[in-house]
Design a protein around this ligand. Structure first.
Ligand code: NDP
Length: 344
């Protein structure tokens, strides 16, 4: 068998920053996988992106990329409003799909993507990177081991400065799915669900249209989530804070476990356990969050294991993020269906 025949070809829909900075490398780190095509709505941008990143084919449309026989897997990292139609098209063409969060702009659309993947019998996963962090995997292990007793509270610190490079549609195009709640809030919800093993049941929140906000898009939010196991989780996400530490804390009736500088795309951070026995810095073996995520996806593609976050995980994080947005808009507590049924 030739090398070409052995290569599993990835087509990237969206010539984006995340693709360039993390995902091309993450795919190429997997033996037998390569990025072979890229599509952008702007053909000149696709050409430039392909040239700069050593990608063989550049297309000005999704249909053209999907017609390329070298493409077996599609990674979608376009603006948020395009994930849904592009994923449906890729699945209809028989491609496995790894899609960026938020999966879509409505729960119905996200559910439609899961159904379409089932109908087409293709693998479908969500690129929630924070559950691949060694820090968060350690938090999950500690919670499961019972070392902090019964978890009661969680706090997520995810207020960052949005780099100028990616300040476009996120802060001025509500129609593109901009705003910090869908962008960072979905990740925060996913990390909490992953670590606690429970669902979001109810949310309250307030958002801010601060110094980066345009056209009504929120650039900061504080929310409180009641999880289906009774845990209260505080979430602070923002684009506008230059110097805040990030992290995720879980507080139980027998101890607290604290990940510091963990809410990031980089494999960094520490985990501290505090119990009656004192303080202990727990060992974490860092690895690129994206390399690990793509590895899980490739393993699942090969029939070994499951993706780090599947389509349902993407739907759940979207559902909770949309509930936070509604709570901020209306000033009311909003129930989340998945968490209510998990609670019942
Ligand atoms: P970018 O703003 O870099 O790219 C989004 C789209 O904008 C591209 O797909 C492209 O459209 C267009 N674009 C970007 N640069 C140019 C250019 N120079 N010329 C013409 N068009 C351009 O977005 P991000 O990479 O920040 O985010 C993309 C997606 O990935 C989002 O859904 C976001 O939520 C997600 N994301 C996920 C992360 C994670 O850790 N899981 C981290 C960061 C982002 P076209 O599609 O037409 O090429």
């Amino acid at each position: 068998m030739s090398d070409i025949a052995r290569t599993i070809g990835w087509g990237f829909i969206g010539a984006s920053t995340i693709a360039r900075e993390h995902m091309i490398g993450a795919v190429r780190a997997q033996p037998g996988h390569d990025v072979v095509a890229v599509a952008s709505g702007d053909p000149a941008h696709a050409q430039r992106f392909a040239h700069e990143n050593g990608i063989a084919a550049a297309y000005g449309s999704v249909d053209a990329l999907l017609a390329d026989p070298a493409v077996q897997v599609v990674y979608i990292s376009s603006t948020n409003d395009r994930h849904h139609p592009q994923a449906l098209a890729a699945m209809a063409a028989g491609k496995a799909v790894l899609c960026e969060k938020p999966l879509a702009l409505s729960v119905e659309e996200a559910r439609g993507m899961i159904d379409a993947a089932q109908r087409a019998n293709v693998l479908f996963a969500t690129n929630h990177h924070l559950r691949n962090a060694a820090t968060h995997r350690m938090l999950r292990e500690v919670v499961r081991s019972g070392r902090i007793g019964k978890p009661l509270f969680a706090r997520v610190f995810h207020a960052i400065w949005l780099r100028e490079l990616v300040q476009g549609w996120r802060i001025d195009r509500p129609g593109a799915g901009g705003g910090v709640i869908l962008d960072i809030g979905t990740h925060d919800v996913d990390a909490l669900r992953f670590i606690l093993g429970s669902e979001v049941a109810e949310v309250v929140g307030m958002s801010q249209q601060g110094p980066l906000s345009k056209n009504g898009v929120e650039d900061g939010v504080m929310a409180v989530l009641r999880m289906s196991d009774g845990v209260l989780a505080q979430v602070h996400a923002a684009y506008t804070v230059r110097h805040a530490p990030t992290g995720l804390e879980i507080h139980g009736d027998a101890g607290s476990v604290v990940a510091s500088e963990s809410m990031t795309t980089r494999p960094t951070g520490t985990v501290l356990l505090r119990t009656a026995a004192g303080e202990e810095l727990l060992p974490v073996e860092h690895e690129s969050l994206y390399v690990r995520g793509v590895r899980c996806f490739c393993d699942a593609l090969g029939g070994r294991g499951r993706p780090a976050a599947d389509g349902l995980d993407g739907l759940r994080s979207l559902e909770a993020a949309l509930a936070i947005a509604e709570a901020c808009r209306t000033g009311r507590a909003v129930a989340v269906r998945a968490g209510q049924s998990a609670h019942a």
